[in-house]
Design a protein around this ligand. Structure first.
Ligand SMILES: CC(C)(COP(=O)(O)OP(=O)(O)OC[C@H]1O[C@@H](n2cnc3c(N)ncnc32)[C@H](O)[C@@H]1OP(=O)(O)O)[C@@H](O)C(=O)NCCC(=O)NCCS
Length: 424
């Protein structure tokens, strides 16, 4: 593949229920896309398509891409929403690249948004059926009879769970299972989380992380500016992390609020271009998308192990091996998931049995993995993370004079996403 990635930016990623609690994913997406266009200096008229990801769809605006596009781009730019759980922004980038490589577009904005402060709250099944029958009732009596069947518990609102539809298992429970089955210790999870916070704090202080952030002036008074991620804990320590109680298996578990990614609000965007159009417009690419791969596992198995399967395929498609990877950006849903995937790549047994490869895939030195921290510290607005990873990877490849980078994301449904990027 040969799609140019010109630039990327994002809103600050903030813990749900804090700065962005009165905003919507559309507000956040508009901000990221508007800022991206401004930063690249392109005329918005040159954008051919917007591809945007989200996970928890607002039933009143199910095509978030179109709503974001209507407020951030000319009204004649088509827009499509994509949803592949936590890999939704990666999917948006891949779809954008596919549009470009198929000759259907030259300039695409891709990314995603999530506002977990504003999740759609559902009515119970009985209440929703009652409301439908009451709306169809022809007389007042029939309407009242429909409501008479309701019980008080039917009135309790239903919040969407971060759980598998097919198995009912939550992501956190699946991470617990991975930790147990793969022998990932609590201490190693906490150390990984500590590293995530320390690196993200360093990147915030020296500006590498904040350079990618478009400061947000909070409406309605615009007096408060949010210009950094607010989940990064400069003061955390291994002692503080190890004192936290497990959340998903209170008795025997090892996954805590400290070694899991927090619920987060935010949005991101990247500008994709055909090399020809980038040249015509004088846009200097940060890098190129060389390949991507998507895999799927039985969600009842190792739900978050998808990257272990997807990355070797993406590397094959780019004609590379893990040894060629200068930087690796792994989405950190949970420390247990990151460590399980790294362990799998490094296992002859796993690579032979599960991947059908003669040798282990291996993984890069931990010093080149998530070098400015990861989702545990920075946060994880589901639909937005993939474009954050892409932007950070390309900026960091340039700073370090590296050539190839790998992005991996695990996603609900047992899916894994990997993409190979090359610095321009
Ligand atoms: C794990 C989870 C349930 C925790 O939620 P929460 O309880 O609201 O988390 P909080 O931020 O309030 O943290 C709980 C406590 O741990 C503490 N804590 C969290 N991280 C810490 C750290 N790094 N160092 C020290 N203390 C920490 C908090 O200060 C808080 O302490 P308090 O109760 O004294 O205030 C929630 O973040 C979650 O569901 N995460 C997983 C999301 C998910 O499944 N994503 C999909 C993956 S792709």
């Amino acid at each position: 593949m040969n799609t140019a990635i010109i630039a990327g930016c994002r809103t600050p990623f903030v813990r749900s229920g804090t700065h962005f609690r009165n905003l919507t994913a559309i507000d956040l997406g508009r901000h990221a896309v508007t800022e991206l266009v401004a930063r690249t200096g392109i005329s918005p008229d040159t954008v051919d398509h917007l591809v945007y990801g989200t996970v928890l769809h607002d039933p009143q605006a199910p095509n978030i891409a179109r709503e974001v596009g209507l407020s951030a781009l000319p009204k004649d730019v088509p827009a499509v929403t994509v949803s592949r759980a936590c890999a939704s922004a990666n999917q948006a980038i891949a779809d954008g690249a596919n549009l470009i490589e198929a000759g259907c577009a030259d300039i695409v904005v891709a990314g995603g948004a999530e506002c977990l402060s504003r999740i759609p709250i559902l009515a119970s099944d009985r209440l929703s059926k009652t409301l439908v029958s009451a709306s169809r009732a022809k007389t007042l009596g029939a309407r009242l009879r429909a409501f008479a069947r309701l019980r008080p518990r039917d009135l309790v609102p239903v919040a969407p769970a971060i759980a598998e539809y097919s198995t009912g298992e939550s992501m956190g429970q699946a991470a617990e299972r991975m930790a147990r089955e793969n022998g990932i210790s609590r201490e190693d999870q906490d150390l990984w989380a500590l590293g995530s916070h320390r690196k993200a704090h360093a990147g915030t202080e020296d500006g590498r992380l904040t350079d990618e952030i478009a400061p947000f002036y909070l409406p309605p008074r615009y007096e408060v500016t949010v210009d950094r991620d607010n989940g990064i804990r400069a003061d955390t320590s291994i002692e503080a992390l190890s004192a936290l109680r497990p959340v998903f298996d209170r008795e025997y578990g090892s996954v805590t609020a400290g070694n899991a990614s927090p619920l987060t609000d935010g949005a991101s965007a990247v500008l994709l271009a055909s090399p020809r159009r980038a040249y015509e417009l004088g846009l200097e690419p940060l890098g190129y998308l060389r390949s991507y791969a998507i895999t799927a596992l039985d969600p009842a198995g190792q739900l978050l192990q998808g990257p272990a399967y997807a990355a070797p395929i993406a590397l094959d498609r780019a004609g590379l091996t893990m040894a060629d990877v200068d930087l690796l950006e792994m989405h950190e849903a949970f420390a247990a998931q990151v460590l399980s995937n790294l362990q799998a790549w490094d296992s002859h047994d796993f690579c032979r049995k599960e991947l059908g490869r003669p040798d282990k895939v291996g993984h890069p030195d931990p010093d080149v993995i998530n070098v400015i921290g990861g989702s545990i510290a920075i946060g994880h607005p589901f639909g937005a993370t993939g474009a954050r990873l892409t932007t950070t990877l390309l900026n960091e490849l340039r700073r370090r004079d590296g050539q190839f980078g790998l992005v991996t994301v695990c996603a609900a449904g047992g899916m894994g996403f990997a993409m190979v990027l090359e610095r321009a």
